[in-house]
Design a protein around this ligand. Structure first.
Ligand SMILES: [Zn+2]
Length: 418
């Protein structure tokens, strides 16, 4: 491989990815418009036409916005790489810090700040124009920027030491650095899962123990039936940011917690909440979470090994518009180039992850139908789809690429016929 060949590959994959993404987006918009006039027959008795059309308009607006951001991100990607943005950033940082660890960490930090600033108008628009227009936004600008400051500070406190460890391994631990880095990375992921519920999530949200006694005993009964032990049931003030509802459980081992968004509790009947939770517990009992973690760890090992190879290749840098330096370390630059270019080469494989995730969703639905009442889960799904304004008529191909969950109509008909 030489650098021109690699540039050609990179641009080719980027164009191909963009073409596929725009094609999928336009299919999605067309498909939703075609079905906008009437609620699909299987939902006709459950969802009013007005809600169906709101979901259609919301999904189309989101898809269009997604296409604009894709185009912008592609321009930014080209700007960073072949148009010399990273090269320039690297020279600027090097002039400030001189070669060494400070340069490497400075480069990563500068890159994070520049990308964050470029992304800011998009996340602001998404929250305060798009979500606002459809009545989902509950955030104030103060909360929005407060969150941003908090996550930046958190990213610095957690990310900088981690980056320092990884860069040190890349520099000092020889040809197998990627293996050691993988061990550190995997350990870090597990640690995060362990401390997320009790340390990190409370920085952003308030968690209160579930107080509704009858709901609590209903849920405890379910947990006993399926054999699930948990540290506690909590309600999270999700309504302070968004009207969308959700439930999840987080942590593992003894630290497991079940968390309900207050929006979900307010909207669903107790038996529907029980059914939604049974679905989530299904993911746990059927070992979906462990399987997913094993896959993630395996894939990250393969990617790190690939990075171990690429970091040694001059064409990897020059092909992406950067001159590797002789007097300073190129490790931080290799990390950035890898993060930027990887999605360009992997997007076309994304249906593979959707396939296994959908299989898990069906299995968790079947689990919930077995341990609670399938009709309650159907009722809950209908309400959630309505409240989240998810379209009931997505384009199947678009859905195969992007949706981790099968379309509502498919899930519901499966639940009703099982
Ligand atoms: Zn699920």
């Amino acid at each position: 491989m030489n650098s021109v060949t690699f540039s050609v590959f990179f641009i080719g994959f980027l164009l191909m990815t963009l073409i596929v993404q725009f094609w999928l987006g336009s299919r999605q918009i067309r498909h939703i418009l075609q079905h906008r006039a009437a609620v699909p027959p299987e939902f006709a008795s459950k969802i009013p036409l007005e809600a169906h059309q709101k979901a259609a308009d919301y999904s189309i607006a989101k898809t269009k916005f997604g296409l604009v951001s894709l185009l912008f991100n592609a321009v930014v990607l080209m700007g960073f790489t072949l148009f010399g943005g990273l090269q320039l950033l690297s020279v600027l940082v090097l002039n400030l810090t001189g070669p060494g660890m400070l340069y490497q960490i400075g480069l990563l930090a500068a890159f994070a700040v520049v990308s964050g600033l470029l992304d800011l108008p998009f996340s602001y628009y998404s929250q305060f124009v798009l979500e606002q227009k459809f009545g989902f936004n509950k955030m104030t600008p103060a909360l929005f920027f407060g969150d941003m400051l908090k996550s930046t500070a958190l990213g610095a406190v957690i990310g900088l030491p981690l980056i320092w460890v990884v860069l040190t391994l890349m520099d000092k631990s020889g040809a197998l650095w990627w293996l050691y880095a993988w061990v550190v990375w995997s350990g870090f992921q597990l640690l995060m899962m362990l401390i997320y519920p009790s340390v990190i999530a409370p920085i952003f949200n308030k968690f209160t123990p579930l107080e509704d006694d009858s709901l609590r005993s209903r849920i405890e009964g379910l947990m006993q039936r399926v054999g699930f032990a948990s540290k506690g049931l909590f309600v999270m003030d999700g309504s302070k940011r968004s009207a969308h509802g959700n439930a999840y459980f987080s942590g593992f081992g003894a630290a497991k917690r079940i968390v309900f968004f207050d929006t979900l509790i307010a909207r669903l009947a107790p038996e529907e909440i029980e059914a939604v939770l049974a679905h989530e517990l299904g993911h746990f009992k059927l070992k979906h979470i462990v399987k997913r973690m094993v896959v993630i760890f395996g894939v990250s090992l393969a990617f790190l090994a690939l990075l171990g190879y690429l970091k040694q290749q001059v064409w990897f840098y020059t092909g992406l518009g950067v001159d590797p330096m002789l007097l300073a370390k190129n490790d931080a630059m290799a990390l950035i180039l890898f993060m930027l270019s990887l999605p360009v080469f992997t997007f076309l494989f994304s249906p593979l992850t959707s396939i296994s995730s959908r299989k898990h969703e069906f299995e968790a639905d079947a689990f919930a139908a077995h341990h609670t009442n399938a009709n309650d889960l159907v009722a809950a799904l209908v309400k959630l789809y309505e409240d989240n304004a998810s379209t009931l008529t997505p384009d199947p191909l678009h859905s195969a690429f992007y949706d981790s969950h099968p379309p509502a109509s498919v899930r519901i008909s499966k639940l009703l016929t099982a």
